[in-house]
Design a protein around this ligand. Structure first.
Ligand SMILES: [Cu+2]
Length: 413
């Protein structure tokens, strides 16, 4: 007994020291994470709204956070005080009592009032966020493992769209315009989330869910799939690109421009290689065969989800493969990301120039895409997907074919 007491003193002291050290480390890490999370240049900062829907969420989450914080601090302080003040010092057990109606009723009514105070703005915000009546433009998104297809149906909205536009990874929209996003999925449940523009919206196979997008300023608004959707879930990203109205007109015109035949020999060889190796999955609008007949891709027969990105204007976007990789070199990418709002449109519309193309990454992708973006944990899984690949398969291309394909793709804008 004596022995144990005398030993427990130094041991207890060192435990207290190491606990307080751990607490200090935890506090430092926590504070660091908080500061990093709130940094203005964090592209997915939900506390930095850039459009009316995100602003509504902000107007709700800040007061709720403060109320919850105050309640939390009071509750924890009272607990700490009681634990310390009435700790066991060998005193007699106090007289046991039962029931204190005033306190019980009071402590029921008070939290109920607080919850009602939080519920009223919460419910009204939920309804306000679901509002899409004022939208002026329709853009569809379809999730699949592991990228988003974005398409623009023919409409008078968005300044008028005369033929369907299909792209991937980046949703381009006019600034200051409320846009109706209609979303669904071709395989499993995904979730569309652009934190600076709006809350999350699950995209469910067989359903169409809506989300209102509106950006106050030109620029890039990053997001990522937020519903676990399989192996490469973490690599399923997306970006909303907001452009001034006149820049948006230029973008639209580019997306509907006629097919341009390759301008040099390498790219011409690339066209044939593309037809032989890629066109069964990837559409390039306006591409024709020897007889002048249009070449129509059949991803429905060749990919499990039934779709592959449209590559007609690949070089008008700045990322690829579910916005996982940059089509731009780091310097050129920084140029676009850091452009001030009034210069952003011009930079973005330049697209990918030969000097700016991230050749290394694009070549890696063509060399062996499943090695770049994990698509199967086990190749036997192919049996589970009807023998069709999920994502882009390994195609055993030669370095020469890759040279040709890069030259060909570089002109797709
Ligand atoms: Cu997903």
């Amino acid at each position: 007994m004596n022995n144990r007491t005398s030993m427990s003193v130094p041991k207890g002291a060192s435990t207290v020291r190491s606990v307080s050290r751990r607490l200090r480390i935890a506090a430092a890490v926590g504070l660091g994470a908080l500061v990093a999370g709130c940094a203005q240049d964090a592209p997915q900062n939900t506390f930095d709204p850039a459009g009316p829907n995100a602003q509504r969420i902000q107007n709700l989450q800040v007061p709720v956070f403060i109320i919850a914080g105050i309640v939390g601090v009071i509750t924890l302080s009272v607990i700490a005080f009681v634990v310390w003040r009435y700790r066991d010092r060998g005193q007699a057990i106090p007289e046991q009592t039962h029931g204190k109606p005033a306190l019980e009723i009071g402590l029921t009514i008070l939290p109920a009032l607080i919850l009602i105070g939080v519920a009223i703005p919460t419910v009204s915000t939920v309804f306000a966020l679901a509002e899409t009546d004022d939208t002026e433009c329709v853009i569809n998104v379809t999730g699949q493992q592991w990228w988003w297809e974005v398409d623009y149906p023919v409409q008078d909205g968005c300044g008028g769209i005369s033929a369907p536009i299909v792209t991937s990874g980046q949703m381009v929209l006019p600034v200051d315009t409320p846009v109706l996003v209609r979303g669904t999925s071709r395989d499993v449940i995904h979730s569309w989330w652009i934190p600076r523009l709006n809350g999350k919206r699950d995209m469910v196979p067989g359903r169409v869910q809506t989300n209102r997008m509106q950006a106050d300023e030109p620029g890039i608004y990053a997001g990522q799939c937020t519903e676990f959707c399989g192996l490469s879930h973490a690599n399923m990203r997306m970006e909303v690109i907001a452009l001034e109205a006149d820049d948006f007109e230029v973008w639209k015109a580019n997306q509907l421009s006629d097919y341009e035949s390759p301008t040099n020999e390498l790219a011409l060889a690339g066209e044939s290689t593309f037809i032989a190796q890629c066109s069964r999955c990837h559409q390039v609008n306006g591409l024709t065969d020897g007889d002048g007949d249009p070449i129509v891709s059949r991803p429905d027969l060749n990919v499990y989800s039934g779709a592959a990105p449209n590559l007609s204007y690949l070089m008008t976007r700045t990322t690829f493969a579910g916005a996982m990789f940059d089509l731009l070199t780091p310097e050129c990418r920084a140029d676009v990301w850091e452009a001030p709002p009034d210069e952003f449109g011009e930079r973005y519309l330049e697209g990918v120039t030969p000097e700016c193309l991230n050749r290394v990454q694009l070549r890696e992708w063509l060399r062996n895409s499943p090695a770049e973006k994990p698509m199967y944990t086990d190749p036997n899984e192919l049996a589970a997907t009807n023998g069709l690949p999920r994502g882009m398969p390994y195609l055993a291309l030669s370095e020469g074919q890759i040279d040709e394909l890069v030259a060909y793709l570089l002109e797709r804008k």
